[in-house]
Design a protein around this ligand. Structure first.
Ligand SMILES: *Cc1c(COP(=O)(O)O)cnc(C)c1O
Length: 423
């Protein structure tokens, strides 16, 4: 290779700041609203609920906190209010996306529930409605589904909603990665009974941290506001009738988010250009990009990903923490590409390792489109032709440097570096 390593690291997804963020931080200082209340918070709640088209939005400390409260609220709606010290989902199974970041599913465990992981489909890399239907055949008592949109690509929302309605289940929608992405013209973050978004540092817009819960009932929004500020009752003293949390967003963080919101469209356009440039650069290679439903959806293109065709995969073995591969001419694998990118000071990342493969969740059920992928034996899986789609995408896929701050020239070099892996 002729290239020198990048002098400044090319990141997977770093913050893209514009200066307006500082204005709202100063504003908070000038008004001395240096707390978990203030104009910045009110303003971003108003702006984002209007944009996503939900009636209410509650700004919280992070997306994970929003998921926790959404899942707790759903649990209380379904199973009633638990005794103090108990989770709202104790003894209950919950269907959850499998190929996602673990923050999607950990709150199920916080509330004492057991996640049943639903395998991934190949058209959008999200929860497979066929596997979800299978899961209801096996566990008809389940009443809650937690579903994420991976890498900013909307999943099969209509199908999943229809299945949920048929079985009387609630949906918590994790739109942490997909803010600004639409499905049939509607924003992700508006399809669940409770929805969440995130402003983590690597997301499409950021507050350095932060998250938001979206819902359509005033009663629910009020409850979330109360829970997130230690469940204080309306009394002169600290009066508590429910367990509370310290999950509210800071007005300083909200200032950063407020400064970022006007640039969401610009960020999405830049991410889409990155995706299209990769697609063009790889069009003659034995690979595909992360797919989406081009008729019904418009992703936010948060991360661009590559999937290597089966026949172009060299041998690669992954243990729990290490990976090895053997290079073969004309073939490569995610491990080789990621190591090569790192050598040139560029950051890629493996596909999010599916939850059913994670040591913490190794005993949780997992359901594929063909039936129960784990609760039965390997022989059953082989006989019934069960295909673990999530494991396959993890094995053959990777996330590419998708940073808005990356220049076209840098991206062209990254494309050449990746092409060289196939030599
Ligand atoms: C980032 C992320 C979260 C968590 O958001 P935080 O704000 O980092 O707590 C949840 N789910 C998914 C899919 C994410 O990517």
């Amino acid at each position: 290779m002729e290239f020198k390593p990048f002098e400044k690291k090319v990141w997977l997804a770093s913050p893209t700041m514009h200066g307006d963020e500082l204005k709202w931080i100063y504003d908070a200082f000038e008004k001395n609203w240096i707390t978990t209340a203030g104009e910045n918070i009110n303003e971003i709640e108003k702006q984002l609920s209007a944009f996503i088209r939900t009636k209410y939005a509650v700004a919280l400390s992070c997306g994970t906190a929003a998921l926790h409260l959404a899942i707790r609220l759903a649990g209380e709606k379904i199973y009633g209010i638990p005794k103090v010290g108990h989770g709202a989902l104790e003894g209950h199974k919950v269907f959850a996306s499998d190929t996602t970041f673990d923050a999607t599913v950990n709150p199920i465990a916080y509330e004492g529930g057991e996640a049943v992981f639903i395998d991934t489909e190949r058209e959008t890399w999200n929860m497979d409605p066929i596997a979800l239907e299978k899961a209801f055949e096996i566990y008809p008592e389940v009443k809650l589904i937690v579903v994420a949109h991976l890498y900013g690509t909307p999943g099969k929302i209509d199908e999943i909603r229809a299945i949920a309605d048929k079985h009387g289940a609630l949906i918590v929608e994790d739109a942490a990665e997909s803010l600004g992405a639409t499905y049939k013209g509607k924003q992700t973050g508006s399809f669940g009974d409770y929805d969440i978004i995130s402003f983590n540092g690597n997301k499409i817009i950021t507050g350095s941290s932060g998250g938001m819960l979206l819902c359509n009932e005033k009663e629910d929004a009020d409850k979330i506001r109360k829970w997130s500020t230690q469940s204080r009752e309306a009394a002169a003293w600290y009066q508590h009738e429910e367990v509370g949390y310290n999950y509210r967003m800071s007005n300083i963080i909200a200032g950063i988010v407020r400064g970022q919101i006007p640039y969401l469209g610009e960020h999405i356009a830049a991410k889409k250009a990155i995706y299209e440039r990769y697609k063009e650069g790889f069009k003659d290679l034995p690979v595909t990009m992360n797919p989406y439903d081009e008729v019904n959806s418009e992703p936010n293109f948060w991360l661009s990903c590559l999937l290597i065709n089966e026949e172009a995969m060299c041998r690669q073995v992954r243990g729990e923490k290490d990976a090895l591969y053997i290079h073969e001419n004309g073939k490569t694998c995610p491990t080789e590409i990621l190591e090569t990118l790192a050598k040139y000071n560029a950051e890629g990342r493996p596909i999010w390792k599916p939850m059913h493969m994670q040591p913490i969740y190794i005993n949780n059920p997992f359901v594929t489109a063909q039936g129960n992928g784990r609760a039965r034996s390997n022989a059953y899986i082989a006989e019934n032709g069960c295909i673990d789609v999530g494991a396959d995408i993890f094995n053959r896929g990777l996330c590419l440097p998708s940073d808005i701050n990356m220049t076209d020239e840098q991206q062209d070099i990254i494309i050449q570096i990746i092409r060289s892996c196939f030599e």
